[in-house]
Ligand binder design. Sequence first.
Ligand code: NDP
Length: 331
Amino acid sequence: MARFFAAAEADPALLKGKTIAVIGYGNQGRAQAINLRRFDHQVIVGNQEDQSWRQAREDGFETLAMDAAAARADVVMLLLPDEVAPAAYRELIAPHLLRGGKTLVFASGYNITYKFIAPPRESDVVLVAPRMIGQGVLDLPTRGEGFPVLVGVSQDFSGHALATALAITKGIGAFLPHGAVVESSFEEETLVDLFSEHTWAGAMLFLLDRAFKLLVEAGVSKEVALLELYASGELGEIGRAMATLGVWNQLKLHSHTSQFGQLTHGGEFIGADADALMRRAIDEIRDGTFAKRWAAEQAAGSPLYHRLLKERRSSPIATAEQELFTRLGRP
Ligand code: NDP
């Protein structure tokens, strides 16, 4: 069983007198910086000079260029998008880690797992990866609630890298009631994160798209099809129920007819192909095939990414939902 850390194992005093630089004031950066400040930690922000930079200033943070913030910090939290982080790290952060003794904190395992970032030996490198969107990281602690976080260590130069990671985790509010701080690793976090994206999460989007097409072909109005499939928000409610009641136990919230239909039909969509595709996804994540493919795509200016996004955004379901959302007054 995975190890669950107790709140008592995290000592905020370890961060006393230390400066924490949050590099990247976006979804996670803003939420984590504000939470750390609420817990009385000393936080500065590093960002390029733009809207996020102005937001950090408005929120009352001392806001600097990324390299200046990294130079001042004892703990550097690299909260940039994964595809942006390696270049920013190389040019702006790495030179300030060389004097040693700093802790580099990641919210995702990606760049360390695939060695797109290779920190100097003289630094601690830890993972504090919320399983929660930035808005949740920000809002839940204001209601006295925590959230799940995966914690791991890839370099322990100081001998107390894990303790620092746990102190940061406590500082962002994860240990509050209903939170869960679980031991993991950069590699494991990368695997589970990419696995979801490469299997059920992506498959669900394509399945919904196909279901819309077939329902409309069967004579259902576009609006009724969309409301049934996801536009009502019921899917979100079912997701919440899965997290509290369980994936199968939440079925009790549905009618008996619905339960019978789901139990007898759902499995028909999962055949040998699904297992083979999921195993292939795991292999391609583990051996770096996907990471290499994505790096090559970015180096070429992401033509496939942009083409696929454009195709999906101009597909019949996207046009129909735009009309429905306008009708419903949604932004
Ligand atoms: P965001 O997309 O919100 O971006 C974070 C910051 O990066 C922003 O302040 C943005 O500034 C800056 N930025 C973007 N592009 C550039 C660039 N080219 N050069 C310099 N700065 C740039 O990132 P997230 O907060 O979503 O992700 C941060 C980390 O957290 C990632 O490792 C991610 O995997 C992880 N994570 C994210 C979760 C989420 O819910 N989003 C959940 C758990 C982990 P500006 O807007 O000014 O360009």
